[in-house]
Design a protein around this ligand. Structure first.
Ligand code: EPU
Length: 300
């Protein structure tokens, strides 16, 4: 007679990098979000591969967390495995001439400061955008002054089975807050910058940052711009024109400073934000006929 013994721990042997029932609010930009069933912080490509394969065997959904901006996690959290590449291993970068190779977990703002001070231009247009390099590449982070996609020459990626492969610029499409990266993980990015006088670069970086600071509620907790700009208008001005600034559901409020931000006051829950999203979409549609699409990713 054979006995079926239930496997108690799907991550046996990987206990050092896996925790269970970890509240995600601590890791999100708006400080909202329920627990991840598994929270995994690999320290090498091998550990990442082993954990990803285990997820495949167990049928667990995989979620990749960067700096937690542009993200809304439900109050119930996620019934899967959330990966965070925040070990020092994922934060290395090296510069050869004007070419930069950087690991996925590197903080975009820290990298930007370093390159600008070295007289390497390109990233300064991304001043003030909270992201890791992996997250920024995945969503083609950017704004009025440019996006990261224009700098990316090559990405090193990993698929669901743990295979590592590369995609060159020619093989990728970078659209508005969108890419067609066909992989589960971004491991490394190669960016092409160009030389410029550090002083004028610092000045430009400050201007971009000031624009953001003057027009957006940076001191409040939010997930960033909630909706994509539709082709013909700005989401912020549409929400503003619909008279929704200051509208509040529970602890979530349409920012008075920039209507495309939903500010999360202390005690705000994901359900408050979701309800507000629904009201905003309905009201803007009634007023302008335009259907707003969320830019923020929702995990539920
Ligand atoms: N506006 C209003 N009322 C508002 C907000 C904006 O009338 O409450 C008007 C402004 O006066 C302006 C226009 O709408 O005429 C556009 O506003 P803004 O210059 O602030 O730019 P945006 O299109 O709303 C975009 C990105 C931001 C990025 C900024 C600056 C989107 C959805 N938003 O904002 O990105 O920081 O440009 O580069 O693409 C984000 O992606 O999370 C984000 C914040």
């Amino acid at each position: 007679m054979t006995m079926q013994i239930a496997k108690l721990n799907p991550f046996e042997g990987l206990e050092e990098i896996v925790r269970e029932e970890v509240p995600l609010a601590k890791y999100t930009w708006n400080k909202i979000g329920g627990p991840a069933r598994y929270f995994i912080q690999p320290r090498s490509v091998e550990e990442l591969r082993a954990a990803v394969r285990r997820c495949g065997e167990e049928g667990l959904g995989v979620y990749v967390l960067g700096l937690g901006a542009n993200l809304l996690v439900s109050d119930e959290g996620v019934d899967g495995a959330v990966f965070r590449l925040d070990d020092a291993f994922w934060q290395s970068f090296r510069v050869t001439g004007t070419t930069l190779r950087v690991s996925a977990g590197m903080d975009l703002q820290k990298l930007l400061l370093k390159t600008v001070r070295q007289g390497l231009a390109g990233l300064e247009c991304l001043a003030g955008i909270p992201a890791t390099i992996g997250g920024a590449a995945r969503m083609n982070a950017g704004g009025k002054f440019g996006d990261i996609g224009t700098l990316i020459q090559r990405l090193t990626l990993m698929d669901h089975e743990g295979n590592v492969f590369e995609r060159t610029r020619e093989e990728l499409t970078f659209g508005y807050r969108h890419t067609d990266i066909d992989a589960l993980f971004i491991l490394e990015a190669e960016l092409e910058l160009h030389e410029e006088d550090p002083e004028s670069l610092v000045k430009r970086m400050k201007e971009v940052w000031m624009y953001k600071r003057n027009s957006q509620p940076l001191n409040a907790k939010s997930a960033g711009c909630m909706f994509k700009n539709p082709p013909t208008a700005s989401a912020g001005s549409l929400i503003d024109q619909a008279g929704l600034k200051g509208l509040r559901v529970g602890g979530a409020e349409v920012s008075q400073k920039h209507a495309n931000f939903i500010v999360a006051h202390p005690g705000a829950e994901a359900r408050d934000v979701m309800e507000l999203i629904k009201i905003i979409r309905d009201k803007v549609h009634q007023k302008s006929g335009i259907s707003l699409e969320t830019e923020v990713k929702i995990w539920r």
